[in-house]
Ligand binder design. Structure first.
Ligand code: FUL
Length: 491
C-alpha cells in the first residue's frame, strides 16, 4: 500500500471512530445520566470526616493527677504536673496506630484549661507544668501537624469551676474561650460538645447544685456561628449534631442498622431516652448527621494506674473496629496520657497490636481487578458497569436504572479463594439508599448464604465464616432508590 492510500484509509478509520464517539456520547447523555442525588447528602466537610475512619480522643486534666473521672472544680492548678509531657510521642503512636485525627479535652467538666486562657486563672498558667509558661493545646496541635494528623477540640460546656456557670455571663466566657482556641491553634477539624450537665460543683466557692436547660441555656446556634466564622471547615459533634451525632452508647457500638440521616427536631435537645434513635438514625431524616462511635481503651476516660491491666487487647480493639467503622461510623477511641504526660506502654502495645491485626486481616483485597457481572446496570452503560466495584476507585460505581431498586453483583475468581470479610461501600455522595442486602458464596456452582445486613452507608464490613468460593454474590434486596455501590472488597 502506498503512503497516500494508507493516509486516506487512516483518515477513514478515524472518521468512523469519531462517528461512534459522537453517537455513544449522545447515547450517554440520553440514557445514562448519573442518578439524581437522594437528599439529604453529605457536605464536603462530612466526606472528609467519613474518610478519616479512626480518630484518637485524649482525656487529660487535673483528674489524671487526682484519680477522679469528674473533677469537682475545686482542684488546685498546682496539681497538674506532667514532668515528661511529650506530645510528639502521642502523635507518633497515634499515627502508627492508624488514626487520622486527635481530639483533645482542652477543658473538661472541672473547668481547668490546658492552655493559658486570658479569661481565667484556672489553667496551666498557674501550674508547675513548664513553670507556668506551658501550653498543652499548642504542643499537641503542633505535634499533630508535624505528624500529619488533624487536630480537634473538646471544650466542656459544663464548667464546675466557674462562678458564673448558669448565668448569661458564663456563655460569654465560653464563647470567648472558643474564639481563643479557634483563632490561635491552626485548623480544627472537629469540635466536640459534651452533653453532660451534672448539677453540683464548686462554682467559684458557692459549692451548690446548678441546673440549666441545655436546649436553651447555651444558645447553640449563635455559638456555632461564632466558631464557624473562625473555622469554616469544622464539623460539630454533639449528642445530636448538627453535623455529627453520638452513636448512643460509650462502647462505640454503632447501629447494626445505621442511617446517616437524622431529623433536626432532636438536635441540641440533650434528651435522655433517645439513645436507640441516635444509634439507628432516621431512614427518612431530613439532614445528613452521621453517627460517631466513641469509647475508651481503658475502663475510664482518664488515666488511672490501677487500670493498667484492663487496657483493651488488640483483639478487643479489633471488635470495636468492626462494630464502629465496620458499621459505617467513624471511631473516636480515647487513649489517655499518664501522669508523666506520655501514652503508657500498656496502651502503646495494645494500639500497635491492633493496627497490625487490621493490616493482617485486610492485607490483600481478593476482589481487586476481578471480573464482575450483575443482574442489570444503568442504561447498560460502561459508566455504571459492575466492574466499577472492583476497580479500587471510590469515585466509580455500579448502579441500576431509576426504576430498579434491587440487584445482584457477582465477583468471579479464577480459582477458589478463602474469604473471611466482605466489605461493601455505598456511593454516599448521592445519598444513602440501601435498606438490606445478603451475601452468597458459590462453590462448584452451588450457592450458599454466608451473610446478611441492613444498611451499608460509607462502609459495611461483614465477617463471615471462612468460605472457599469461586464466586461471591452481593444481593441488594431493598433500597430507597436505585442502589449505588462504589466498592466491594473481599479479604
Ligand atoms: C461524657 C463525659 O461526662 C465523660 O467524662 C467523657 O468526657 C465522655 C467522652 O463524655 O459525657
Amino acid at each position: 500500500m502506498d503512503v497516500r492510500r494508507a493516509c486516506v484509509q487512516g483518515l477513514r478509520v478515524l472518521g468512523i471512530a469519531a462517528m461512534f464517539v459522537t453517537q455513544s456520547l449522545a447515547q450517554v447523555s440520553r440514557n445514562a445520566l448519573p442518578p439524581k442525588p437522594l437528599l439529604p447528602i453529605p457536605t464536603e466537610r462530612h466526606m472528609a470526616w467519613h474518610d478519616m475512619e479512626r480518630n484518637a480522643f485524649v482525656h487529660f486534666t487535673v483528674n489524671t493527677f487526682t484519680g477522679k473521672e469528674w473533677g469537682n472544680g475545686d482542684e488546685s492548678p498546682t496539681q497538674f504536673d506532667p514532668t515528661k509531657l511529650d506530645a510528639d510521642q502521642w502523635a507518633r503512636v497515634f499515627r502508627e496506630a492508624g488514626f487520622k485525627g486527635v481530639i483533645l479535652t482542652c477543658k473538661h467538666h472541672d473547668g481547668f484549661c490546658l492552655w493559658p486562657s486570658e479569661f481565667t486563672d484556672h489553667s496551666v498558667a498557674q501550674s508547675p507544668f513548664r513553670e507556668g509558661r506551658g501550653d498543652v493545646v499548642r504542643e499537641v496541635a503542633d505535634a499533630c501537624r508535624r505528624a500529619g494528623l488533624k487536630f480537634g477540640i473538646y471544650l466542656s460546656p459544663w464548667d464546675r469551676n466557674h462562678a458564673a456557670y448558669g448565668t448569661p455571663k458564663y456563655i460569654t466566657y465560653y464563647r470567648d474561650q472558643l474564639k481563643e482556641l479557634c483563632a490561635n491553634y491552626g485548623p480544627v477539624f472537629e469540635m466536640w460538645f459534651d452533653g453532660a450537665n451534672g448539677g453540683s460543683g464548686y462554682y467559684g466557692g458557692s459549692r451548690e447544685t446548678r441546673r440549666i436547660d441545655g436546649a436553651v441555656y447555651y444558645d447553640w446556634p449563635t455559638t456555632l456561628t461564632v466558631v464557624r466564622s473562625l473555622q469554616p471547615e469544622i464539623v460539630f459533634f454533639s449528642d445530636a449534631g448538627p453535623d455529627v451525632r453520638w452513636c448512643g452508647n460509650e462502647q462505640a457500638i454503632a447501629g447494626e442498622t445505621n442511617w446517616c440521616t437524622f431529623n433536626t427536631d432532636t438536635i441540641y435537645a440533650g434528651k435522655s431516652g433517645i439513645e436507640a434513635l441516635l444509634n439507628a438514625g432516621v431512614e427518612d431524616g431530613t439532614k445528613w448527621v452521621p453517627a460517631e462511635a466513641n469509647t475508651s481503651i481503658r475502663p475510664g476516660w482518664f488515666y488511672h494506674a490501677e487500670e493498667d491491666s484492663l487496657v483493651k487487647t488488640p483483639g478487643e480493639l479489633f471488635e470495636v473496629y468492626l462494630n464502629s467503622v465496620g458499621r459505617g461510623s467513624t471511631l473516636l477511641l480515647n487513649v489517655p496520657p499518664d501522669r508523666s504526660g506520655r501514652i503508657s506502654e500498656h496502651d502503646v502495645q495494645a494500639l500497635l497490636g491492633w493496627q497490625k491485626l487490621i493490616e493482617r486481616e485486610f492485607r490483600v483485597d481478593l476482589a481487586r481487578g476481578m471480573p464482575a457481572s450483575s443482574s442489570s446496570y444503568r442504561a447498560s452503560s460502561a459508566l455504571y458497569a459492575p466492574e466499577n466495584v472492583t476497580d479500587g476507585n471510590a469515585e466509580s460505581y455500579w448502579t441500576t436504572d431509576d426504576s430498579v431498586t434491587t440487584g445482584s453483583i457477582e465477583i468471579i475468581f479464577a480459582q477458589p479463594l478463602a474469604v473471611k470479610y466482605i466489605v461493601v461501600k455505598e456511593y454516599i455522595r448521592l445519598g444513602q439508599r440501601i435498606r438490606s442486602f445478603t451475601v452468597e458464596a458459590s462453590m462448584d456452582g452451588r450457592w450458599i448464604p454466608v451473610g446478611a445486613g441492613t444498611t451499608v452507608g460509607y462502609k459495611r464490613i461483614l465477617k463471615v465464616d471462612m468460605v472457599a468460593a469461586d464466586r461471591i454474590r452481593v444481593n441488594i434486596g431493598d433500597a430507597k432508590a436505585c442502589p449505588i455501590v462504589s466498592e466491594i472488597e473481599l479479604y
